[in-house]
Design a protein around this ligand. Structure first.
Ligand code: HEC
Length: 165
């Protein structure tokens, strides 16, 4: 028996195939949207990362922890020192002089070491004041913080001496 495809049957099959094709197209569109969405959010993340790196680089140095870099540390100290009025000897010592004179870095006489300081003191206190203010050997003038007043440096010297006898 011969089966004749009627117009009605043809349209039915045609409709089903069309629906499948359209459905497939929509499915692909959704998939590509999902993947494209991922791609664009990745580049969005990248932009955010670049921006935060940039922010970090242009941030004021006082906000960054540069404890391992002594030269920059001095600048941070300058900022914190200049923000205040007159500092006591102990404050000056703790913010500026301590970095060298507690450890003996670069051959600095160590605070609390009576022998080292009585040697220095034999030159006379005024010489110690003057050398602390103007610098001596490796020690920079005023410990590298030029915004300190002479009197602040002197009181820091007094503080060191009082802790070292
Ligand atoms: C960068 C390290 C450093 C800092 C910061 C520093 N000193 Fe010194 N200081 C030294 C060194 C090194 C010497 C020994 C220099 C020498 O005899 O050649 C020294 C020596 C001295 C002396 C003895 C000077 C003399 O005539 O023998 C005094 C006083 C002194 N420092 C005071 C201070 C005071 C006060 C501060 C803080 C305001 C300070 N130093 C900060 C490194 C430092």
């Amino acid at each position: 028996m011969e089966h004749k495809v009627t117009d009605a049957e043809f349209y039915k099959v045609f409709a089903i195939v069309s629906v499948i094709i359209v459905g497939l197209a929509i499915f692909i569109a959704i998939l590509s949207n999902v993947f494209a969405g991922h791609a664009s959010s990745a580049s969005e993340n990248y932009k955010v990362e670049i921006q935060s790196d940039t922010n970090q680089r242009i941030a004021p140095s006082g906000k960054t922890n540069l404890a391992s870099n002594p030269s920059i540390k001095q600048e941070v100290i300058v900022a914190s020192v200049s923000a205040k009025k007159t500092l006591t000897g102990q404050e000056v010592y703790n913010t500026v002089c301590m970095s060298c004179h507690t450890s003996g870095a670069a051959g600095a006489p160590v605070i609390g070491n009576n022998n080292q300081w009585s040697d220095r003191l034999s030159k006379g206190k005024d010489t110690l004041y003057a050398n602390a203010i103007n610098g001596i050997g490796i020690m920079p003038a005023k410990g590298g913080v030029s915004s300190l007043s002479d009197n602040e440096v002197k009181s820091a010297v007094d503080y060191i001496l009082s802790e070292s006898n």
